[in-house]
Design a protein around this ligand. Sequence first.
Ligand SMILES: *Cc1c(COP(=O)(O)O)cnc(C)c1O
Length: 214
Amino acid sequence: MSESLAKANRDRSDVTVVAVTKTKPVEQVAELYRLGYRHFAENRLEGLDEKQAALPQDDIIWHFIGTLQTRKVKNVINRIDYFHALDRLSLAKEINARAEQPVSCFVQVNVTGEESKHGLSPAALLDFVYQLEEYPNVKVVGLMTMAPIEATDKELQHCFKGLKQLQEKVAALQLPYAPCTETSMGMSQDYPIAIAEGSTFVRIGSAFFAETEE
Ligand SMILES: *Cc1c(COP(=O)(O)O)cnc(C)c1O
């Protein structure tokens, strides 16, 4: 991580490391907490239940990173600080209805147009963001993407650059409900490239745990 930051000429405080704990036992997550990590991400309601019950209540920042079924919004939305997978208006509507205060959301974008991926197409993004004005409990803090798994460095670069440009485009609209200053991009396989392209939230699962197990 430090190496990637140095190479990209970026400061440690520019990038939030989100530990993706979705498949990890509570003991390992508690160990990360002891080491000082405070941003944790789950992708299922059950995982959130388990980890939140076992870990300290006051100072953890919780992220939800997976596809969220509309019917589960009410069980999740008031227990998290960031939601990384806003990809449809029906979901925004339900979040708006169930949230007790504005929720920091990342709009998920499918930058490369892979069929298997969730997220809006770049072409549909601006319209989508404009329509979110109707939902004051949805605050668009940034954009999120998942890069293709078997991509070359060049393709990854292209994908992350694309998301960064879209983020800047939305930010330039200066919509009060969509500051859109952040990008959630970069996972174990590709975070150095994401950091080089300006990511502000990296979501690290496997590599992160491999490192702390040494
Ligand atoms: C699992 C997951 C990650 C972390 O993946 P790793 O390859 O283990 O780092 C990041 N983002 C999302 C949306 C995930 O589902």
